[in-house]
Design a protein around this ligand. Sequence first.
Ligand SMILES: [Zn+2]
Length: 207
Amino acid sequence: MLVTTPVMARRALARHAYLVDLGVYTAISPMQQFAGWWAPCPFCKWTMRAVPKGRHAADLLCEDLRHAKRGARFEMSLRDGPWWLDPAGAIRTAPELRPVEGHVALSYGLWQWIVLPGLLEIELKERAEEAGANVRLGPYGDSYDLQITKRGAVWRVDVKTWADPQGIAERMREDPDGCSGLIVAFPNTWADTPGSLRVCWAGTAPG
Ligand SMILES: [Zn+2]
């Protein structure tokens, strides 16, 4: 639920006692609102950053530069009374502006560490299922993210959304048994990032 609903109405939150107890949804950051309004990124649904341009206009763009590059950037301005959001990138349909009042959102840290990798895990799961595989998410707690099974072959996949191949390699070296056969998946938007990897194999690849 955190992954697919990074922002919600306060009234909706009240219906989920366990989420209220966790205290993970809080008021929308002042950096991600303008004139009392916010808008969700079309990709991750989280509140976009607002960069004011004077008092009557602001740029709204996703904190994830990969999303902003793919078109999650808009311009907010006053026109004939109400506020409008116009496309400033490849996505030509702007999301609806929503009032800050009455909405709560996940923190930056939760968005970065739970929402972004979580979206990629869900996407991988759906793609593998379309290809006829069986998929379990987080089968053994946190040891890895997806277990994909097809015709007797098993793939253990870990999804990474942060660009630290060095750190991942070091962790694998520290615990070679723990990552034997582990597949590490990265967003392919890193393809143009120098020094980043796309998929790396530790141990023997199945099939
Ligand atoms: Zn986004």
